[in-house]
Write a protein that binds this ligand. Sequence first.
Ligand code: GDP
Ligand code: GDP
Length: 459
Amino acid sequence: MLPVVALVGRPNVGKSTLFNRLTRTRDALVADFPGLTRDRKYGHANYDGYQFIVIDTAGVHGDEEGIDAEMASQSLRAIDEADVVLFMVDARDGITSADLGIAKHLRSIGKKAYVVANKIDGIDAEAAQADFYELGLGQIYGIAAAHGRGVEQLLGKCFDPLLDDYPELMVRGASTEEGDAEDAESQDLEHDEIDYDALPLKLAIVGRPNVGKSTLTNRILGEERVVVYDMPGTTRDSIYIPMERDGREYILIDTAGVRRRGRIDETVEKFSVIKTLQAIDDANVVICVVDARETISDQDLNLIGFALNAGRSIVIAVNKWDGLANDHREEIKRELDRRLGFVDFARLHFISALHGSGVGNLFESVLEAYASATQRVNTSKLTRILEMAIDEHQPPLVRGRRVKLKYAHAGGYNPPRVIVHGNQVTDLPGSYQRYLINYFRKSLGIMGTPIKVEFRESE
Ligand code: GDP
Ligand code: GDP
């Protein structure tokens, strides 16, 4: 599980700026769920060696009189979902009544909140910050979100107390280039010793509300085996169900709350973005379910994008394929081809969770994706593939000199990372980089999992 950080504060204090900075390294990840969450925006942050989920409440309208209704519905939800709240204020404006209203609420709920005075660039930070002690929330952390100043110190403060509870918070080997190489090597060794086939495969089923996740989960488990038990859980908790199929162990991560069905007084919302994002983070393979009867939406694409950027293997299940006319099916397929071009390496399955058709085949792709993500490849094989790629298609000339690519080695697994060493690699055009990525993908037979190719300058 990753910790969840909520950014709250009145408009224009710089929440979006900080959100973008925190999620920038993987910005395609920003999971914006319009309609579902209204103005809450969720992202996977990977910053300064920490990874966590961040919620931005960009649309919150502070109000001169205090927290207005919109604030109540959005910020309060975000605060509720978070482990840590970053309460942002504008160091240049000084304290406002809206700030006081938010502070009062934060003090009353007793959740860990840090006051972050933004925009301290070019002003007397000390003096500006002093103003905000009046909020009654302790120390003030000055930052300039636009420039990154103070952000590392702030995160260190927030996360130190969480390290015991959230070991995944620290990114392994996120540090220096040298550290990276060493880390890759030790990861290499570790990887060679792991018997991935013997480990239970963690499989998450995710998708928008009503696409058929519960129906699919039930189908997979076999109806008779679903015991509805009354498990208290929060919106954030998925249910982990061990299961076996064809002699292989799985842990099904149920985001749909099948097992909680039957509780009429269920107050937690069935669909929760945080729950979905946590499940993706925790899974080896993600089945992204979309509804054939609805046009594919930005929410669907964001979920898939989030899974890919988190480095997860994915299989796409187009559900409710039963009872559709042939020409309608053709039309749906064309639309999917058009919109899912960015994940053309993921298997697409047309299924009916209701009737069970196609569900068995899903598992073949799940296993294929997992095998792709965890396969062992050595330096000599990768270098050979690199040489073949160069033979077929020379790197371009840059300022009269040819970019020279020398050798490749594995930089990690889950998702597979290939490190290519050479000269002038920073000049390698994007088109050639994409050519190499595809070449590695095809040569290694990698399906269903994102592959990363990184370039390093050799001495
Ligand atoms: P939000 O409404 O709280 O999400 O605020 P935004 O992130 O949209 O920022 C509001 C304005 O403040 C924008 O014009 C930003 O460029 C500006 N801003 C954000 N961070 C900084 C900062 O660190 N320094 C300065 N000088 N301006 C900033
Ligand atoms: P969830 O919110 O994603 O868990 O979706 P549910 O599993 O609760 O399904 C939502 C609705 O779609 C229910 O009425 C299901 O009966 C229906 N449904 C689910 N799968 C299928 C399917 O394969 N075909 C058809 N026709 N309906 C389905």
